[in-house]
Design a protein around this ligand. Structure first.
Ligand code: ADP
Ligand code: ASP
Ligand code: MG
Length: 408
């Protein structure tokens, strides 16, 4: 007997039929004697619909009230899932994040899980119930409903698996595993039987939406056995996220390509080149809770420096007004501008550690297509570039080919 957490994403609970099919899978696992916790997302499209409704009332919605609204999507699907299980004669009980007590900080719309009270769930499992938990939501210390950021049900699933010391966390979605890149962009992309935790972390952080990054962080921290599978297929082992690195001789140099259309670039030109400048520019941005990703500083011969960084597109205007109101006059920057027509493409692979020339191969491949690189950042197992948004898909396709990632 094993304890398994199964998380089902939006397309896997998109309508009553999909929910019945989910319930049938759970019934099969239950019949084998396993204890099952199900985590569900809202029906596909529902979270977007709720956000649009909020914006029709208030263009930049109050985060606390937005969380009250968007968390309702998952409250509907937990009830439906419990009903579908009951219809199959299975004892089932649903829980919202607040009912479980998935305690988070109070950063509405991007809250972090602090702790999970697993006692009631454990008791229910021991009493023979399938427990159905709402993904994406939690509660802060003052009882406010919070949400965990888009794609956050993955994180609920893995965090619950960690808290319950589950044997495995299965992420059911609309693809049958993790691919070399998004198969919707490159149809030749290949499913990976396994991927190392480190690579999955990089891919997720560089924008592969198949797993939310925080779910991968949890899996790493608590050594959760994590697998990505299709809810549309009965068979198949999906992709296992492993903690061991393969023999590097056989390991391909590049395992996958990720991309991100959600970032915007902010450029601060003609800043005096002196100590403390980076802090004066980025300090107020951090204080406003705006996350910064890539950062580049370039010093010219004339004693001034240009500073470029990226933030989430949704936060570009906020960052620009902070800089213009609080920073520009103060540091004497010549010009501050924003560009949200950019995209980031990243190649990822642990094999990079033992191979040279990967960056030049990437830059040559892009140059041959006339794609200009605007920013570059690297880590031990990743090279990321920012390009004009209109070249994104072309860049992903040519890199996928150049690094021989297609199906054999
Ligand atoms: P869910 O609603 O089940 O959470 P998501 O839409 O969040 O599903 O994630 C699954 C999607 O992730 C796939 O449909 C696919 O388009 C996309 N995706 C992006 N990169 C990859 C990748 N490397 N491998 C597989 N899927 C990927
Ligand atoms: N329903 C939420 C979203 O659309 C959470 C999730 O699907 O994981 O982002
Ligand atoms: Mg998702």
């Amino acid at each position: 007997m094993a304890l398994i957490v199964q998380k089902y994403g939006g397309t896997s609970v998109a309508n009553p039929e999909r929910i019945k099919s989910l319930a049938a899978r759970v019934a099969r696992y239950k019949a084998l004697g396993h204890q099952i916790v199900v985590v569900v997302s809202a029906m596909s499209g529902e979270t977007n619909r709720l956000i649009s409704l909020a914006k029709e009332i208030m263009p930049d919605p109050d985060p606390r009230e937005l969380d009250v609204m968007v968390s309702t999507g998952e409250q509907v699907t937990i009830g439906m899932t419990a009903l579908a299980l009951m219809e199959l004669g299975i004892k089932a009980k649903s829980y919202t994040g607040t009912q479980v007590k998935i305690l988070t900080d109070n950063a509405h719309t991007k809250a972090r899980i602090l702790s999970i009270d697993e006692h009631n769930i454990k008791q229910d499992l021991d009493d023979g119930y399938v427990v159905v938990v709402a993904g994406f939501q939690g509660v802060d210390a003052n009882g406010n409903i919070t949400t965990l950021g888009r794609g956050g049900s993955d994180t609920t699933g893995v965090a619950l698996a960690a808290a319950l010391k589950a044997d495995e966390c299965q992420i059911y979605t609309d693809v049958d595993g993790v691919y070399t890149t998004d198969p919707r962009v490159v149809p030749e992309a290949r499913r990976l039987n396994k991927i190392t935790f480190e690579e999955m972390l990089e891919l997720a952080s560089q924008g592969s939406k198949v797993l939310q990054i925080r779910s991968v962080e949890f899996a790493g921290k608590y050594k959760v056995k994590l697998r990505v599978l299709s809810s549309f297929e009965e068979e198949g082992d999906g992709t296992l996220i492993t903690f061991e690195e393969e023999n590097t001789m056989e390991q391909p140099v590049i395992s996958g390509i990720a991309f991100n259309r959600d970032e915007a670039k902010i450029t601060v030109l003609g800043v005096p080149d002196k100590p403390g400048i980076a802090y004066q520019i980025l300090g107020p941005i951090a204080e406003a809770n705006v996350d910064v990703d890539m950062i580049i500083q370039n010093t010219g011969a004339d004693g001034t420096t240009d500073f470029t960084f990226t933030v989430h597109k949704n936060e570009m205007n906020k960052a620009l007004s902070i800089l213009r109101d609080k920073v520009q006059g103060h540091i004497g920057a010549r010009e501050i501008s924003g560009d949200d027509k950019i995209a980031k493409v990243s190649i990822v692979g642990v094999g990079m550690r033992s191979h040279v020339g990967i960056a030049s191969q990437m830059f040559r491949t892009l140059a041959e297509e006339g794609i200009n690189i605007q920013m570059i950042s690297t880590s031990e197992i990743k090279i990321a570039v920012v390009v004009d948004e209109k070249y994104l898909e072309l860049a992903v396709r040519v890199l996928h080919k150049a690094f021989e990632l297609e199906a054999a």
